[in-house]
Design a protein around this ligand. Structure first.
Ligand SMILES: *Cc1c(COP(=O)(O)O)cnc(C)c1O
Length: 360
């Protein structure tokens, strides 16, 4: 068996320990005589998996009692519709567009009401986060929406927008559990787990209780109503059971690493290795304004498409996989999520140094 360093933006690297544990439990979970994939979601085994996962997540994120945790399906993209369907009581919402994912969310919301793009960084290919300290928040806005970490462009909000009292809705798919966050600053936090937490197929929604209402837009399907899932404790229908089980294992792993403070410190150390190298390289450069740099997704370029392609190809041969940038940015992108060990980032930088020597 040989494992590579996988820099994919998602689905992405998972902790080896978690994968090994899941392998050990594959045929017989805790004496049940079956795998978690085969058991009833109404069984006491699975109930315990769910309860432990939620309790661990609450502990890690310090989620206050007036927030609910929902384990749903449909990916992050389904939330682009679910959010307006559930929250757009006045049919108005403000969106801050800092990349493709926020743009897609805004476009979806337009189906349900008036969408105001109150800030955007489209003018500079989304390479920065706009100043959001004093934006013109719409009087009737039901919420203000951000994508907190922009997976494709490698930017992150270091300071949350001033929403002037409106609930903040944040897509945290690519920075989920990468550092502590103060949940009280948000109305809704959500993310697909396949970036930093688990296998594709689960989306986690942390939502303030008062935003879970019966009063949703007419025609909202039962399955797309937060209340349905909140009332049934995420067991209205069959949940993505195996995915939730793996997420639960990752929560345990995070606790063992020392929780989110420790994770943040480790992620900062890891990202610094790469950014420090980029800042002095004669061949590569980062594409993001330094103050807005993400700890999770690091795009970089040589400025020469042919050389970029050569780099990606040679890196792959050296066991450094999935470094090709998103098709909309080009160049390279290294996603260095929680589970990427610092040794992986060091191996990448060593390889880049060698490539630089050979190609400058
Ligand atoms: C990947 C990603 C999405 C889309 O996730 P799906 O689960 O594939 O729908 C949305 N937002 C962000 C920030 C992402 O990184």
């Amino acid at each position: 068996m040989s494992r590579v360093y996988n820099f994919s933006a998602g689905p992405a690297i998972l902790p080896e320990e978690v994968l090994k544990e899941a392998a050990l439990e594959m045929l017989d979970y805790h004496g049940s005589g079956m795998s978690v994939m085969e058991m009833s979601h109404r069984s006491s085994w699975f109930q315990e998996i769910m309860d432990t996962a939620e309790a661990d997540l609450r502990g890690l994120m310090k989620i206050p009692d007036n927030y609910r945790v929902l384990f749903l399906q449909g990916g992050a993209s389904q939330q682009f519709a679910m959010i307006p369907m559930n929250l757009m009581k006045h049919r108005v919402a403000d969106y801050i567009v800092t990349g493709q994912w926020a743009k897609k969310a805004a476009q979806e919301a337009e189906k349900y009401g008036e969408v105001h793009v109150i800030a955007s960084s489209a003018d500079q290919t989304f390479s920065y986060i706009p100043d959001c300290t004093d934006l013109e928040i719409s009087e009737a806005a039901d919420y203000v929406y951000i994508c907190e970490n922009n997976t494709i462009y490698g930017t992150k909000f270091k300071e949350l927008p001033n929403t002037k009292g409106k609930p903040l809705v944040a897509d945290v798919s690519s920075c989920f559990l990468s550092e502590p966050m103060d949940v009280r600053n948000y109305g809704v936090i959500y993310g697909g787990v396949q970036k930093n937490i688990g296998p594709a197929g689960v989306v986690i929604v942390v939502i303030r209780e008062d935003l879970i209402t019966e009063d949703v837009l007419p025609g909202t399907p039962t399955m797309l109503t937060y209340r349905t899932h909140a009332e049934a404790d995420s067991l209205y229908n069959t949940p993505p059971a195996y995915g939730i089980y793996i997420c639960g294992k990752v929560f345990q792993w995070l606790k063992k690493q020392g929780g989110l403070e420790a994770m943040k410190e480790y992620n900062e150390r890891k990202a610094a290795v790469l950014y420090h190298y980029l800042d002095q390289s004669r061949l590569f450069r980062g594409t993001v304004v330094p103050k807005d740099r993400s700890l999770m997704n690091v795009p970089f370029v040589t400025g020469d498409h042919t050389l970029d392609a050569k780099f990606v190809k040679e890196a792959e041969a050296a066991g450094l996989l999935n470094l090709k940038g998103h098709r909309s940015v080009g160049g390279m992108r290294a996603s260095i999520y929680n589970a990427m060990p610092i040794e992986g980032v060091e191996a990448l930088v060593t390889f880049m140094e060698k490539f630089e020597k050979e190609n400058v």
